[in-house]
Design a protein around this ligand. Structure first.
Ligand SMILES: [Zn+2]
Length: 156
């Protein structure tokens, strides 16, 4: 390299290519030979080498390499859920009341269905007593279900 690249304005480009190891073998040998006799290019190359070694020693944290990707995937997954799934996940307080109410409805329906008592003409004295017992049992069942619902709301 007869002329100093600092003189013809190619120094920055040349030193960058030298630091990145993208010079041809001939160019690299010529520049290294030139640096032996040129303090300016030596300093420039040394500064460039310092930058590259700093970049080499810097490695990104492995945990943060795909952290954003995972986060966005989760957000996307959450947004793709059906609205009713998000509602159920968001509002757990509504859930325990529903099965108790449904069970009470079934009990009342069963009581109404069997209350006409199609028995073949039993003695008239025992008929009202039987019905009262049935009503009391049904009411007790409903009370028990209500207590279960109140005392252990997280059961369902
Ligand atoms: Zn030079």
């Amino acid at each position: 390299m007869e002329r100093c690249p600092l003189e013809n304005g190619n120094a920055a480009e040349l030193v960058l290519a030298y630091g990145a190891r993208t010079l041809d073998a001939d160019q690299q040998v010529a520049f290294e030979r030139h640096m032996l006799s040129c303090a300016g290019c030596r300093e420039l190359a040394a500064a460039q080498q310092a930058v590259w070694s700093a970049l080499d020693s810097w490695t990104p944290e492995p945990i943060s390499s795909n952290f954003d990707e995972k986060l966005y995937q989760r957000i996307l997954l959450e947004e793709q859920r059906p609205w009713w799934q998000r509602l159920l996940r968001a509002d757990w307080s509504l859930r325990p009341a529903m099965p108790v109410a449904a069970a009470c409805g079934v009990l009342i329906a069963a009581f109404l269905l069997r209350s006409p008592e199609p028995a073949p003409a039993p003695p008239s004295s025992s008929q009202p007593k039987l019905r009262i017992e049935q009503v009391e049992r049904a009411l007790d069942d409903i009370d028990m279900l209500k207590q279960l619902g109140v005392e252990s709301p997280s059961r369902i």
